[in-house]
Design a protein around this ligand. Structure first.
Ligand code: SF4
Ligand code: SF4
Length: 413
């Protein structure tokens, strides 16, 4: 088969309707409806970006056809910024996004990747991992690149192995255009990290719930004061803010009837001026279309919406939800394969529901989990705690869920 035929066949296998330009790359049919952009180092970056942590899945594998459609739609609407990482989707996210993006001219999209601090045990590991990532993503450089997940457990690896110095060399070689870090530590640590080096940007977990109940407001202020541009991660807190507890959902409907739960959460963080893009982990084309629509018709929020966000956060907090974002990092190290985010998700749904059958549904759904993955199979080794960016005491919380489950079961009998 000739090269051109091969490219066309590959493109068709992936997406079905690829139009290829003279250089064998897919033509982008630009829609009139472009998402709003923000400036970052003289670049125009879309305010909404595709986070590749929760890619579309089918039969236990990444659904490449759906992903191809999502990327095409995003590109057509100017949402051409993609964010992946070494461990996303059990290490398969980089390959998947690279396979789809290779259809496009390299300068038509921005691609971000991250060096996992927790896996770096010597300075040479930094380049070893980086090289592997370039290969997996099928690119020659990354637009933005980060030390991934600096927190109390990884700061030693980051410092002792001079990750910044190693990455700076790659930046000088043109393999990284902008150098930053993603962060899950406390404000004091952020101050130190920001002061230590000259960073091009940082990535912070920001949403109206973390603003109110954790310290996202302080973290943002530190970055803002230092003039470091911010990328937002977890704007919807792993889906929590688009599956609001009943009382919080009612409040939003009453105060902002034109907003969906997702559009409200995304616009809330977009109102912070130091933010230049918001990563949202989207799992299907429909979610992407809705998010794109939010930022095509974007109007900044004012004081009223700011206040509504705080009020909804207080409602959520009063219901005692577990602040798990379903990132699954804990599951990578759990020797028992406990379904930690699944268990916490069911518990949060139960706590946030005002439905009369909430207890029954909690017990029913919990009992439907694979028996070997339930809370009572936890051996309390504590390995998961070290990987949790939310600093949750997972074994303790699993005990709480176990107790709530037993009580709900008893109430049914
Ligand atoms: S403490 Fe329990 S949930 Fe955590 S890693 Fe150990 S077995 Fe898994
Ligand atoms: S418990 Fe922590 S590490 Fe596990 S999925 Fe939730 S937020 Fe992520």
């Amino acid at each position: 088969m000739k090269r051109r035929e091969f490219i066309i066949n590959s493109a068709l296998a992936l997406g079905g309707t690829a139009l290829l330009s003279g250089c064998g790359k897919k033509e982008i049919k630009k829609s009139e409806n472009q998402v709003v952009k923000r400036k970052f180092d003289n670049l125009e970056i879309p305010l909404i970006s595709l986070g590749c942590m929760r890619l579309p899945m089918r039969d236990g594998k990444i659904d490449m056809v759906e992903l191809d459609k999502m990327v095409a739609y995003a590109m057509e609407h100017g949402a051409n910024y993609f964010d992946t990482a070494y461990m996303y989707v059990e290490g398969k996210s980089e390959n998947a996004i690279g396979e789809v993006l290779k259809q496009y001219k390299r300068d038509s999209f921005f691609l971000t990747d991250k060096n996992p601090a927790y896996l770096v045990n010597s300075p040479s590991d930094v380049y070893k991992i980086f090289k592997e990532q370039l290969k997996k993503c099928q690119v020659e450089y990354f637009d933005n690149y980060m030390v991934h997940n600096i927190n109390k457990n990884t700061i030693g690896n980051y410092r002792n192995n001079d990750m910044y110095g190693e990455l700076l060399k790659l930046k000088k070689d043109g393999l990284i255009k902008h150098l930053g870090f993603s962060f899950h530590g406390d404000p004091a640590m952020l101050r130190e990290v920001i002061k230590e080096h000259k960073w091009d940007f940082c990535q912070l977990q920001m949403n109206y719930l973390d603003w109110e109940v954790v310290n996202a407001d302080e973290l943002y202020q530190i970055a803002d004061d230092a003039g470091v541009p911010v990328i937002v991660m977890e704007p919807l807190r792993g889906g929590v803010l688009c599956n609001l507890p009943d009382k919080a959902a009612q409040k939003l409907k009453q105060e902002c009837p034109d907003e969906t739960q997702a559009s409200f959460g995304l616009k809330w963080v977009a109102s912070k001026p130091r933010v230049f893009t918001i990563l949202s982990g989207m799992s299907n084309l429909q979610q992407l279309k809705e998010n794109v629509d939010t930022f095509v018709n974007y109007k900044p929020f004012g004081e009223k919406e700011e206040k509504v966000g705080h009020e909804i956060a207080q409602i959520i907090q009063s219901q005692g939800a577990i602040s798990c974002t379903a990132c699954k990092y804990c599951m990578e190290v759990c020797p028992r394969g406990i379904n930690i985010p699944g268990i916490f998700g069911l518990y949060n749904m139960y706590k946030g529901s005002t439905a009369p059958n909430a207890g029954f549904m909690f017990v029913y759904n919990y009992n439907a989990l694979e028996e070997s993955t339930r809370a009572d199979k936890c051996i309390k080794c504590g390995l998961c705690n070290k990987n949790c960016p939310q600093n949750l005491d997972i074994p303790k919380l699993l005990d709480e869920v176990k107790k709530a489950h037993a009580e709900a079961e008893k109430a049914m009998s």
